[in-house]
Ligand binder design. Structure first.
Ligand code: PLP
Length: 439
């Protein structure tokens, strides 16, 4: 019996013992094509010599120094690297150990910013339904995934949730994408008015919705309208790029493709690409200055913030993405993946939608593609797909749907940026075999 408190206590997990490029290898020698990067993490695959070398060097020099005593070189260098490439106005970076922590820091920073400015009445948070921002209590409260929240509701602070931008199910047949975006913007405006604009602190959204909906980008212009509304009311815009950031959608920050500059951006996953646990919150100059010129102290912190080895790993990952010119490759491979998915599954009776950006793609599965009826969640299709895909030597990231028509089951694909075209064929063949076995 394993003494590990595993995610699923009734399930057997193979033991991962090695990695080779985009493959993971288990103790029995079976190889799995990592078509989801775990959960959109492993963007450089599993055996990058440069990153491993950078980690080794850093550990030999200095593994860790507590940030209440020291700064450290890799943390400073990584902050410089990110700020130089970040959307306009973001001028500093707060380093944490993962995505949920990055969201918690963003929420607290937003709140402290308004207190420093003498606006303590700003405390309401607006986010969107069908979103995921992490599993710690503040992040979970912010997310709008009913299944993840359900049993913890009594522990969650109140957050308003408006509709996601989810054209496949939300856009009416006689509506243009622009009109749909406008309708959603009006809904946000309405919620701000209901709460009282002077009491709203921030609006939080994923530019491309990952785990809950499966790689759903917003319609053109939606985020520009959101930015305008936030600006008009003095509300902070927090973009959660934990999953969709760091090149995953073909630009370093997903917000670049929306043409907006957020006040706070959270990143994690692809930042360290799984070589070390690391996340970060990028902070606008206005927020930094308000805190620096006010109390001068952000009242938050964890033991491992700014971990030197984690920062060195992330710096090596990000330098590798840039020096190897991987972002154009993400765009090219992403288009190739979309084309292959459409060719193979475009007419499939249970595939309702194929979508995404870059190497971040989602396939929505439905019982009936004509009326978009989801499968009965009791069927636990996602679990069967995950298991069967593993049997076929494929890692993908399926998620369950809801019977109320809010979303269908979907499969999220987020493979490493280092794939060759032949891996895309292997991916689609294995996924095809999986769906034939399950559906
Ligand atoms: N935000 C988004 C958009 C995510 O997808 C996730 C994780 O999937 C998180 C936050 C939480 O990140 P972590 O699991 O690293 O705490």
């Amino acid at each position: 019996m394993s003494h590990v408190f595993h995610r699923h206590l009734k399930q057997h997990y193979p033991t991962a013992v090695g990695g080779e490029g985009p493959y993971l290898i288990d103790a029995e020698g079976r190889r799995y094509l990592d078509a989801s990067g775990g959960a959109a993490v492993s963007c450089l695959g599993h055996s990058d010599a440069e990153v491993i070398g950078a980690i080794q060097q850093q550990v030999e020099r200095l593994a860790y120094a507590h940030t209440s005593f020291f700064t450290n070189e890799p943390m400073e260098a990584l902050a410089d690297f990110l700020v130089e490439r970040a959307p306009q106005g973001l001028s500093s970076v707060y380093f944490v150990s993962g995505g949920s922590e990055a969201i918690e820091a963003a929420l607290k920073m937003a709140r402290q910013y308004f207190i420093e400015r003498g606006d303590p009445q700003r405390r309401h948070l607006i986010a969107r339904r069908q979103s995921y921002h992490g599993n710690t209590l503040g992040a979970l409260a912010t997310g709008g995934n009913a299944w993840r929240r359900r049993q913890f509701e009594p522990l969650l602070v109140e957050v308003s949730h408006v509709s996601p931008c989810y054209a496949y199910r939300g856009q009416a047949e006689d509506e243009t994408p622009e009109a749909y975006g406008e309708r959603l913007a009006a809904e946000l405006e309405g919620e701000i008015q209901r709460l009282g604009p002077e009491t709203v602190m921030a609006f939080v959204a994923e530019p491309v919705v990952g785990a809950t909906l499966g790689a759903v980008p917003a319609v053109p212009g939606y985020f520009k309208r959101v930015r305008e509304i936030c600006d008009r009311h003095g509300i902070l815009l927090i973009l959660d790029e934990v999953m969709c950031g760091m090149g995953r959608t073909g630009s370093l920050f997903a917000a670049e493709q929306e043409g907006v500059s957020p006040d706070l951006v959270t990143i994690a996953k692809g930042l360290g690409a799984g070589y070390q646990p690391i996340g970060a919150t990028l902070v606008s100059e206005g927020i930094r200055a308000a805190i620096a010129e006010g109390s001068g102290f952000f009242q938050h912190g964890h033991t491992y913030i700014g971990h030197a080895t984690a920062c060195a790993a992330a710096l090596a990952v990000q330098r590798a993405i840039e020096s190897r010119d991987l972002l154009p490759r993400v765009q090219r491979l992403g288009e190739g993946l979309q084309r292959r998915l459409e060719e193979r599954f475009g007419e499939h009776p249970h595939v309702g939608d194929i979508r995404g950006r870059g190497l971040f793609r989602g396939i929505e599965l439905v019982a009936d593609r004509n009326d978009k009826t989801p499968f009965d969640p009791a069927r636990k299709l996602h679990a069967a797909i995950k298991r069967t895909a593993m049997d076929h030597g494929l890692m993908c990231y399926p998620m369950g749907g809801t019977l109320d028509g809010q979303r269908g089951d979907h499969i999220l694909l987020a493979p490493p940026f280092i794939l060759e075209e032949s891996h895309l064929d292997e991916l689609v063949d294995k996924l095809d075999a999986t769906l034939r076995a399950v559906l």
